[in-house]
Ligand binder design. Structure first.
Ligand code: KIV
Ligand code: ZN
Length: 522
């Protein structure tokens, strides 16, 4: 049996296309929803990292999704921007419309091909599904040349039928054919064999790039994706930090670093600038509120830490004894002392540029004042401190702002918080008691900004080491089924908590405004 290989990119048959779906499949994780501005920031980070295709959303799913895909299409020029669509006219038209401004665009259309999904979910006969494949890809090609087709639940599909659908999709003009392991059921050998089987049995397979899309229900998403590559797939669909439905998708950072590190067994390459990985991981974690577990490969806090005496001794002799990649290769530099309280505006601006978070005008001025305040409280100001600080810029349209907070805490209650907020330009204050200082603070805010939101997540992490480290607090609140995340940073954990809660409420107000404008304060 001969196996045809195709990468769709001419001579470079060892190049693996990285298709990131953090903003689509990743966002489908319960609680990971992001607003348009947050999606734009992530899209820009993915583009800077060299991601080939950014799946920006599912335009038919909601107005917010449509607007995010459209906004990303306007600003991203180096990466292809992709929108997801089911195999129906409305979905495809909506995706085509959202992608209209994109310099490079792709419509990704899909339909289930497994007996279970066709019978139970779609209630369609296989022949109807086959016709829908041809019709949907043909329609998508009217909006752009770059069309991807996916067989949802592909790994649980009958092989003969799978071959027929893949052939039909390619005949209709699909340039990429994606094989999802939708429920994370496959084993690496099995997944690799499906890819090899398609190369061997589908007559027009050389006219498309084969792609993997593996979920992590059995912890095998990365292994399955790599097995796909070893058998000829030349696109991998993945997400930052492995975010995604249920147990998540294959993690981009693991795929890319595995290919880079094991060139001896996997002689393939990607366009990813790996030094951007840590920054992208932190950005996604901060925005979604999904903490990265400390022992997570590549981006976990302990991924390059050495605790045991034997390991530390080895490391001192040669880093290669216990490190298969360098921390620098994933953009993990030692915390550097960068600025102090005597640093000027010019140096501050240059430093932000270096960190890849340039600010101008009022945002720069505001950040500079906050930096000066921070430098007064904290002796050493590190790169991470500056990143946390600028995370909070771009909030100039916020209707609620923190003016001051005074908290009484400790072993002898009651814990009390006196808060002053500026609400739509007017300063208001309230004092509340609570079950602990965070509860008191949130109650004081809620008394001034009545809301029905319930707190789903409250999380604190220190930006750097040291007793004077800044705390970054992430909260997730839900109101009327809509959940939003808020972040706040400060050397005082309670101030950071108040900022995070206020940030979440400001985002909820934007969501509410889309339905009915309302008076805000009590
Ligand atoms: O997991 C899946 O099957 C998907 C498809 C829409 C590609 O996400
Ligand atoms: Zn998926």
């Amino acid at each position: 049996m001969t196996t045809k290989r195709n990468d769709g990119r001419g001579a470079d048959s060892a190049r693996v296309i990285i298709f990131d779906t953090t903003l689509r499949d990743g966002e489908q994780s319960p609680g990971a929803s992001m607003n348009k501005e947050e999606k734009l920031r992530i899209a820009e980070a993915l583009e800077a990292m060299g991601v080939d295709v950014i799946e920006a959303g599912f335009p038919i799913a909601s107005r917010g999704d449509f607007e995010a895909v459209e906004a990303i299409s306007r600003v991203v020029t180096d990466s292809t921007v992709c929108g997801l669509a089911r195999a129906g006219r409305k979905d495809i038209e909506r995706a085509g419309e959202a992608l209209r401004p994109a310099a490079r665009k792709r419509i990704h259309t899909f339909i289930s091909t497994s007996p279970l999904h066709m019978r139970v979910k779609l209630q369609m006969e296989p022949e109807e599904v086959l016709r829908a494949v041809t019709d949907s890809v043909t329609l998508a090609r009217q909006y752009c040349d770059d069309v991807e087709w996916s067989c949802e639940d592909g790994t649980r599909s009958d092989h003969d039928f799978l071959c027929r659908t893949v052939e039909a999709a390619i005949n209709a003009g699909a340039r990429t054919v994606n094989i999802p392991d939708t429920v994370g059921y496959s084993m690496p050998e099995e997944f690799g064999a499906i890819v090899a089987m398609l190369f061997n049995r589908v007559p027009n397979i050389d006219k498309a790039v084969l792609s993997t899309h593996c979920h992590n229900d059995l912890g095998l998403a990365v292994a399955n994706s790599l097995a796909g590559v070893a058998n000829g797939a030349r696109q991998v669909e993945c997400t930052i930090n492995g975010l995604g439905e249920r147990a998540g998708n294959a993690a981009l950072e693991e795929i890319v670093m595995a290919l880079r590190t094991r060139q001896d067994l996997m002689p393939f390459h990607t366009n990813i600038k790996t030094e951007h990985i840590t920054r992208a991981s932190r950005l996604v974690s901060t925005i979604t509120g999904f903490a990265v577990q400390p022992n997570k490969a590549i981006v976990g806090a302990n991924a390059f830490a050495h605790e045991s005496g034997i390991h530390q001794d080895g490391m001192l002799k040669s880093a290669q004894t216990y490190e298969i990649m360098t921390p620098e290769s994933v953009g993990l530099a030692e915390s550097k002392l960068v600025m102090g309280k005597h640093s000027g505006r010019h140096a501050f601006r240059k430093k932000l540029e270096e960190l890849g978070v340039p600010l101008e005008g009022d945002a720069l001025e505001d950040a500079f004042h906050r930096f000066k305040d921070l430098a007064d409280k904290k002796k050493d100001v590190f790169d991470e401190d500056l990143r946390a600080l600028v995370e909070e810029e771009g909030r100039e349209n916020d209707r609620i702002r923190l003016v001051s907070l005074h908290v009484v805490a400790g072993t002898t209650g009651p814990q009390t918080a006196a808060i002053e907020l500026e609400i739509d330009g007017e300063t208001k204050s309230h004092t509340a008691q609570g079950d602990g200082p965070v509860d008191a603070t949130f109650k004081a805010v809620a008394a001034l900004v009545p809301n029905e939101a319930t707190l789903q997540l409250y999380q604190v992490h220190a930006v750097t080491a040291g007793m004077d480290a800044q705390a970054v607090v992430t909260v997730r609140v839900i109101e009327d089924g809509k959940s939003v995340n808020g972040q706040g940073a400060d050397t005082d954990t309670l101030v950071a908590s108040a900022r995070a809660y206020i940030n979440a409420l400001n985002k909820l107000l934007v969501k509410r405004k889309k339905h009915a404008p309302e008076a805000l304060s009590a």
